[in-house]
Design a protein around this ligand. Structure first.
Ligand SMILES: O=C(O)[C@H](O)[C@H](O)COP(=O)(O)O
Ligand SMILES: [Mg+2]
Length: 283
């Protein structure tokens, strides 16, 4: 691990997709970087906008990919930040969810009843009889949208109906437009939130990076000195902006799949403190 980073920082916040892994493939050098930081007794936190997994599910993924010493307490996903905000700030008890099992279990862990989510009953095309049954449910206090690889018309029709009620909150776990995996960019959670915005005419509150709700969720569980903390990410408008907003130092990893030109153009905006072409450059 480069001595400069060891000397200057006590806390390292890592983005996941595009920095530590792409899908189920660890990025070269990522396991060693985390291992060496933990060996130097550094505080290592993982901050991901990917709402498809809970902290427990992420801890399993870290272990399966070969990362050692990562526990759920060091992991902060947008699913967790959303659950904490809805329960502890808005005291929500029932929500309709477009998202996967990780989001559902984080919400249920906070005592929120979930409709939709990973329920297989909605994994089908809309049928003629559905049009008469889909109605706003006054007991639904929030509609939550996250990354859902089984997103479909039936789910968005239910969500739209509940959002006809002004009292129903509209929350997106994150609005990343794309999702980096398998060396390419695929539709991100923001694509789903945008579709729901289009048909409901409403704009969601966002919980993931760079929103303050994510930092609130982290600070509610851990303590660190922002002046001795480094945020490491592959996205300027989420990771680097999140670090800048929090008063942390920032490091941009260009190995994401963003084009070099895109990155250089945006660097002017967010001015990361460091730019590397791969996480392995920290070694
Ligand atoms: O679409 C998404 O949800 C994002 O692309 C993805 O989740 C980003 O995850 P992160 O890079 O914050 O780990
Ligand atoms: Mg990323």
């Amino acid at each position: 691990m480069k001595q400069e980073f060891i000397d200057k920082y006590d806390t390292f916040l890592f983005d996941c997709d595009g920095v530590l892994w792409l899908g189920t493939q660890p990025i070269v050098g990522a396991i060693e970087v985390v291992e060496q930081l933990l060996a130097h007794k550094k505080q290592v936190l993982f901050v991901t906008n990917n709402s498809t997994k809970s902290r427990e599910q992420y801890a399993k993924k870290f272990a399966q990919l070969g990362f050692k010493g990562v526990t759920p307490d060091n992991i902060f996903g947008s699913a967790y930040a959303t659950a904490v905000y809805l329960k502890q700030v808005r005291n929500i008890s029932k929500a309709f969810v477009i998202g996967e099992s990780g989001l559902q279990s984080e919400l249920e862990s906070e005592g929120i009843t979930v409709l939709g989510g990973a329920d297989p009953a909605l994994d089908r095309p809309i049928a003629p009889e559905d049009y008469d049954q889909i109605r706003p449910d006054p007991t639904i206090e929030a509609v939550v949208s996250g990354l859902d690889h089984k997103f479909n018309y039936l789910k968005i029709a239910h969500a739209q109906a509940h959002l006809e009620q002004d009292s129903t909150l509209f929350v997106a776990t994150n609005i990343d437009s794309t999702f980096p995996t398998n060396g390419r960019l695929f539709p991100g959670a923001g694509t789903i939130a945008a579709a729901l915005s289009c048909c409901s005419g409403r704009t969601p509150m966002t919980m993931g990076k760079p929103s303050p709700q994510m930092m609130d969720a982290i600070k509610a569980k851990t303590h660190f000195d922002p002046n001795r903390a480094l945020m490491i990410g592959d996205r300027l408008n989420t990771d680097i902006e999140f670090g800048n907003e929090g008063g942390l130092s920032t490091l941009l990893v260009l190995s994401g799949v963003a084009t070099k030109e895109q990155a250089e153009a945006a660097v002017e905006l967010q001015k990361p403190d460091y730019i590397v072409s791969s996480i392995a450059d920290l070694l």
